[in-house]
Ligand binder design. Sequence first.
Ligand code: ZN
Length: 151
Amino acid sequence: MVISLIKSLLAVSIVSGLMTLILFFIGGINPIISFSSIFFGQIFVYYLWTSVVAWFVALENKRLENERIAYFNIQGIDVGCAYCRKKTLVPINLSIDNDYVCEHCNKENSIYINITTTQVTNPLAVDRLSVNAFIDEEELAKKAIIEKENV
Ligand SMILES: [Zn+2]
């Protein structure tokens, strides 16, 4: 971090020094004024450049986020046509009316969406009925029937 900062300041200083020398020998401009102007000018341009890039990146991120939200609003579902009962994959968008034309019979259909809620249930804390237990109970029942017939 500190080393990269020193490298950047050194590069800016070298560029400012070279530009100052050129301006001094060609135009006779005051070296202190030209060096400080070029030095701080470069820092200002760099700040302006990073700010503009950050603004563009933030704008692009916002656009992608909006695109993603719009995409999540749309989901496809297989529905049967109200006329011919043939299945068609129709995009469902919760923010608009969902009408579609059946690709089999070319008749217009409307999709009605009914959203309900339900209670969350927890499984009972008992052992599940296993196949073996079921067979054992069946065998016991058969034995009981046989014993009953023999008595
Ligand atoms: Zn149809």
